[in-house]
Design a protein around this ligand. Structure first.
Ligand SMILES: [Zn+2]
Length: 130
């Protein structure tokens, strides 16, 4: 996976300007003026093609999006990443190096039952079953 670089405020502004303040995920305007003082800006920078799915950390893969839209997309991306990981695990899971299914270890037969190797006769004598 590509290393994630820090995006400066200037880069963020450039990204936002390049897409005319429109969030590519919902198509609505990202209004920075609505941000309240002390609170985080309502925009985040998204990797259009998620890093975990082979996307790059370059300018052409960066998009300014609403925080809420980003959360939704990230969730979907994570699901896709998990799916890819599952498929890779399945592909790598060959018979080679895999443990053979272990035979169930037979439990000791209950003493005095027909399955035990010893037999107690009515007269009290104990003998081995043939
Ligand atoms: Zn949005």
């Amino acid at each position: 996976m590509t290393a994630r670089r820090t995006i400066t405020a200037g880069q963020r502004r450039d990204i936002l300007a390049a897409q005319a303040n429109i969030c590519p995920l919902c198509g609505e305007v990202i209004n920075l003026a609505r941000a309240k003082n002390g609170e985080a800006e309502p925009l985040e920078v998204d990797h259009g093609h998620a890093l975990g799915l082979g996307g790059t950390d370059t300018r052409d893969n960066l998009f300014a999006v609403h925080k809420a839209c980003h959360a939704k997309k990230t969730k979907a991306d994570r699901r896709a990443m998990a799916k890819v990981a599952r498929a890779e695990r399945r592909a790598a899971d060959t018979d080679e190096g895999r443990q053979k299914p272990r035979r169930k270890i037979a439990s000791r037969p209950l003493g005095g039952s027909r399955n035990s190797s010893l037999k107690k006769k009515l007269n009290g004598a104990v003998e081995r079953r043939p």
